[in-house]
Ligand binder design. Structure first.
Ligand code: IFM
Length: 488
């Protein structure tokens, strides 16, 4: 393994002639999620999650793999933390697997706390702190206990209630040592990919259920924030959203503009508005009225969702271009009436997404860092006073471990460099961006794509579990050391 020595970050002011420097104290991190890296799927009392069930269902994961072993991080976390330290990471964002913490949870009862499951995160957090790395924990990164899905999953408000209780357990046990707790990761994916398009666990294709899931995820965030504040009052609370930078294909076409409004509503404002302002957007309620009457929103719920935030996390990968459906080809609305039941765009009306234009990553996602700048500036305006963190950003590319024992991933370096410049521009424009977490530290189980897509800055050989820092990891270590980018 390449040795990378951690050195203290420099702290020149942003815009210094010495190069592109970030503000003093800017947090440089990397992120992962439990099911994607931990493995140890049946150890120390862990119960099955919806992703265990889904990945075992033939045809659901592209290469037929599961997260049973993944990166075996559960057993290798000491070495993985040592690697983070050598890279000089200031912070590590990981997620806690709910099925390890209360494996006996049912829709009506949290069940006993599993000390062995908690013990893993105890040890991980202590190891991180000993390495000088601040631990930022996400409470939910998609691995819902299967027993809760059997009772309705996120379509049932009891799941939100149990989530609040689970959040209290984590806050009581780890709250004194975490730097931040993030309630949910990308609830858009949990709701729409899990319950409308069905490409994520639990694989349901029920548009009305997806909107119930949206609300219960929002409610879960609020209940968790309240629980954390009760049990760990000093622990900063955040939520991470994968917001879309939505652009109409033709900004002069009113139909395209309206399509962009509808996508913005379903992806961005249906989460931002209740969390930041305690209300659902009227246009989204109207657009989706033919799918559901939203009667799952009870009196008082929105006040619970609307908790003060100590930070807001943004995950950004690529822009979203949309146009009105031209009457030819596949329209994308999932309206519950059989038009396109496998679309995540519940009640969107007729719209479509043009073929993305390159350059593209291995996911087929266009590379356009402007969206990151635009979204950070928008969040700064919509959530004044709330510190922002880029909690995920990165790219999959077809990496090759070459004969020299390295991975020369210049394309990933270019991607991250461009996006860091966009973050820097947003800071210059006034956005209060405090940190950046690269997705991902390690190659890992990329959900429905299995192990076929590699997002890591560290290559993982899944047969031997050998970790090899890619060129991007060495480059990122240098960015961290300089607290900025070379040249401007
Ligand atoms: O791997 C995922 C992660 O779990 C959530 N955000 C997007 C990443 C890349 O698809």
């Amino acid at each position: 393994m390449t040795a990378v020595e951690a050195r203290p970050a420099q702290t020149e002011p942003a815009g210094s002639p010495a190069g592109l420097r970030f503000p003093p104290g800017f947090v440089w991190g990397a992120a992962t999620a439990a099911y994607q890296i931990e493995g140890a799927h049946d150890e120390d009392g862990r119960a099955p999650s919806i992703w265990d069930t889904f990945s075992r269902t033939p045809g659901k994961v592209f290469d037929g793999h599961t997260g049973d072993v993944a990166d075996d991080h559960y057993h290798r976390y000491v070495d993985d933390v040592a690697l983070m330290r050598r890279l000089g990471l200031g912070s590590y964002r990981f997620s806690v697997a709910w099925p390890r913490i209360t494996p006996g949870v049912t829709p009506d009862s949290l069940g006993p706390v599993n000390r062995a499951g908690l013990g893993f995160y105890d040890r991980l957090v202590d190891e991180l702190l000993a390495a000088g790395i601040t631990p930022a924990a996400t409470l939910y990164h998609w691995d819902l206990p299967q027993a809760l899905e059997d009772g309705g999953g996120w379509t049932d408000r009891r799941t939100a209630e149990r989530f609040g209780e689970y959040a209290a357990v984590v806050a009581q046990h780890l709250g004194d040592r975490l730097s931040t707790v993030i309630t949910l990761n990308e609830p858009w994916c949990s709701a729409y990919l899990g319950y409308a398009s069905g490409v994520h666990a639990p694989g349901r294709t029920e548009p009305a259920a997806a909107l119930a899931a949206v609300h219960h995820l929002n409610l879960a965030h609020g209940l968790a924030a309240l629980a954390v504040r009760e049990h760990a009052p000093d622990l900063p609370v955040a939520i991470t959203l994968n917001l879309a930078w939505v652009r109409p294909e033709d900004p002069d076409d009113p139909a395209d503009l309206d399509a962009a409004r509808r996508v913005d509503g379903l992806q961005n404002r249906v989460f931002l508005d209740p969390v930041l302002h305690g209300r659902y957007p009227a246009d989204v309620l109207a657009d989706t009225a033919h799918v559901t009457d939203w009667s799952f929103v009870r009196d008082g719920d929105l006040a619970v969702v609307h908790q003060p935030l100590d930070a807001l996390g943004l995950n950004y990968y690529s822009p979203t271009v949309v146009r009105a459906w031209d009457g030819v080809g596949v329209r994308v609305e999932a309206d519950g009436h059989g038009s396109s039941a496998s679309s995540p765009w519940v009640g969107s009306g007729d719209l479509e997404f043009p073929e993305p234009v390159g350059p593209l990553t291995a996911m087929g996602w266009p590379v356009d860092a402007d969206g990151l700048h635009q979204l950070l500036v928008r969040l700064h305006t919509e959530a004044p006073g709330v510190p922002l963190h880029v909690t995920e950003n990165g790219a999959a590319y077809p990496d090759v471990l070459t004969a020299d024992g390295a991975v020369h991933d210049d394309d990933r370096i270019g991607y991250v460099d461009g996006h860091l410049r966009a973050v820097h521009r947003a800071i210059t424009d006034g956005a209060d961006v405090r940190g950046y977490y690269l997705w991902s530290l390690l190659d890992n189980f990329e959900w429905g794509y299995g192990f076929s897509k590699r997002f890591g800055i560290v290559h993982v050989d899944y047969d031997t579990q050998t970790r090899t820092p890619k060129d991007s990891a060495l480059w990122y270590a240098e960015v961290i050391r300089r607290n900025g980018l070379p040249g401007a």
